[in-house]
Structure formats: structure tokens, C-alpha cells
Design a protein around this ligand. Structure first.
Ligand code: ADP
Ligand code: MG
Length: 245
């Protein structure tokens, strides 16, 4: 579904992506993990063309994103930005309908309502509220609802659970995982939390200094870290077999 081949991206002297290649299968959830500044967001945004790499190629569903049109991309890839990206002066329903409306879909309101239901926020109760009138967990649910409202086959999520307290985080994680699996959505999930990556993803890509150190299933990552850096990261995070349950 997603193919990145030999991507390189520089910001001045910073090599944000250094010859990165990654393939994501349809229906797969892949986590990009790594320390702050390792290139996770840059790689994520290469898929929806918010970042244009200097070298390399990005294919979405077999099509080169460099040549494709913006509407097709928006229809194919839902996006949850790091801050949630909700418009504070719009209510929940309007925020959720945004992409279907931009796409000119006539049933935008219905799609928004259905997406809110899918993340456990009945529109009748929450639709009229503004983001400020929600808890942090509810706001992140709305951000996810907005990303899936147009029913894209792929969603890109940038640290969607990062700002939540532990209990809320596991609630929203569960809601996301159930939705992703039930609908067979292809997901790229950026996180700096290795435990979260191992719990939610089919495969984990560990990034460091703009490169991918290892891509593996959570099990293989824990059992056979490919580099000293990956071992160190696992150790620092207190890696534990219970992450695989
Ligand atoms: P991560 O998401 O893993 O924290 P990023 O992809 O945001 O990492 O950033 C990778 C590197 O590129 C960092 O060194 C960051 O400072 C730099 N970078 C990212 N975006 C920009 C930008 N718009 N301008 C300049 N430098 C940037
Ligand atoms: Mg980031």
C-alpha cells in the first residue's frame, strides 16, 4: 500500500532522512519509533506529500505521490497531526466533516456522524461541543474520527496518544486498535514509546538520525535487536515480554 524508496531529505545541515526505504502492506499497522529528531515526522509526511524528499520515490497504492493530485491523496490518506489539528472555533461535528466536505462528498454530515460513533463519541452528545469542551482523550478521538471520516484506506498518525495520561491513553489506544483491525485500515503510527509501538503495531521501524536501524515484528525486535543502538533503546524503555501480549 505504501512504498518509500531511498528517501533523502535535508533541512540546511540536518539530514532528516538519509536513504530511507520502507514498505507497508495493506491492512498493516507499522510504528515508527525513535528519539526526538530522528526523522519520524518527516518520513510520515513524505507519504502525504507534506514533505517532498530531494531524492527517492513514494508510492501510495502503486501511484507516485509526486505526480498525483492532491484530492486523490486526501481521499486515500487520513492524517492525525501531532497536535490533533482541530479547529478550536469549530464544533466537533464540523471538525469531523472537514475532509468529506473538502472532497465535495454529498453525505459529508453522515460520514462525520458515523466516524464519531466509530471512535465512541455519539454525535448527538458531542457533536455541538467545541474542542475546548472536551477532555484530552475525547479530543484525540475526534482527531482520529476526522482522519477516518472520508473512509481512507490509509491513516497516518503522529504521536496521537502522546499527551494523554496513562489510563486515557490505553482507552484511546484500544479504540484505535479495534477500529484499525475491524476496517483493515493501513496505519503508520509515529510514537517515541516502544511499549506502545510493540502493543499496537504489526511491525516496528526503529529510526535514528534519519535512518531506519531495524524493521521487525515486535517479537523479533525484542528477541533479536539488530544493532547495539536498538538493544540500548529497548533496555532504556524497560522492554518486557508482556509487551507482546
Ligand atoms: P521526529 O519526528 O523524529 O522528532 P523530525 O522528522 O521532526 O523528527 O525531524 C528530523 C530532523 O529534521 C530534526 O533534526 C529536526 O530538527 C529537523 N527538521 C524537521 N523539520 C524541519 C523544518 N521544517 N526545518 C528545519 N529543520 C527541520
Ligand atoms: Mg515528530
Amino acid at each position: 500500500m505504501l512504498t518509500a524508496t531511498h528517501l533523502t531529505k535535508r533541512y540546511g545541515d540536518t539530514l532528516a532522512l538519509d536513504d530511507v526505504s520502507l514498505v507497508v502492506a495493506a491492512g498493516e499497522c507499522i510504528a515508527l519509533v525513535g528519539e526526538s529528531g530522528s526523522g519520524k515526522t518527516t518520513l510520515l509526511r513524505s507519504f502525504n506529500r507534506m514533505v517532498v524528499p530531494e531524492q527517492g520515490q513514494v508510492l501510495v497504492n502503486g501511484r507516485d505521490v509526486a505526480g498525483g493530485d492532491a484530492v486523490t491523496l486526501r481521499r486515500t490518506l487520513g492524517y492525525v497531526p501531532q497536535d490533533g489539528g482541530l479547529f478550536p472555533h469549530w464544533n466537533v461535528q464540523r471538525n469531523t466533516e472537514l475532509v468529506p466536505r473538502l472532497l465535495g462528498l454529498t453525505d459529508a454530515a453522515l460520514l462525520g456522524t458515523a466516524a464519531l460513533e466509530a471512535v465512541g463519541l455519539p454525535a448527538a452528545r458531542f457533536g455541538a461541543r467545541r474542542p475546548a469542551e472536551l477532555s484530552g482523550g475525547q479530543r484525540q478521538r475526534v482527531a482520529i474520527a476526522r482522519a477516518i471520516a472520508a473512509q481512507p484506506p490509509v491513516i497516518l498518525l503522529d504521536e496521537p496518544f502522546g499527551a494523554l495520561d496513562a489510563i486515557t491513553r490505553s482507552d484511546v489506544q484500544r479504540a484505535f486498535a479495534a477500529l484499525q483491525r475491524a476496517r483493515g485500515i493501513t496505519a503508520v503510527l509515529v510514537t517515541h514509546d516502544l511499549a506502545e509501538a510493540c502493543r499496537l503495531a504489526d511491525r516496528v521501524a526503529v529510526m535514528r538520525l534519519g535512518r531506519i536501524e531495524q524493521v521487525a515484528t515486535p517479537r523479533d525486535l525484542l528477541i533479536s535487536p539488530a544493532t547495539g543502538y536498538v538493544s540500548e533503546l529497548l533496555e532504556r524503555a524497560g522492554a518486557h515480554p508482556s509487551w507482546l501480549l
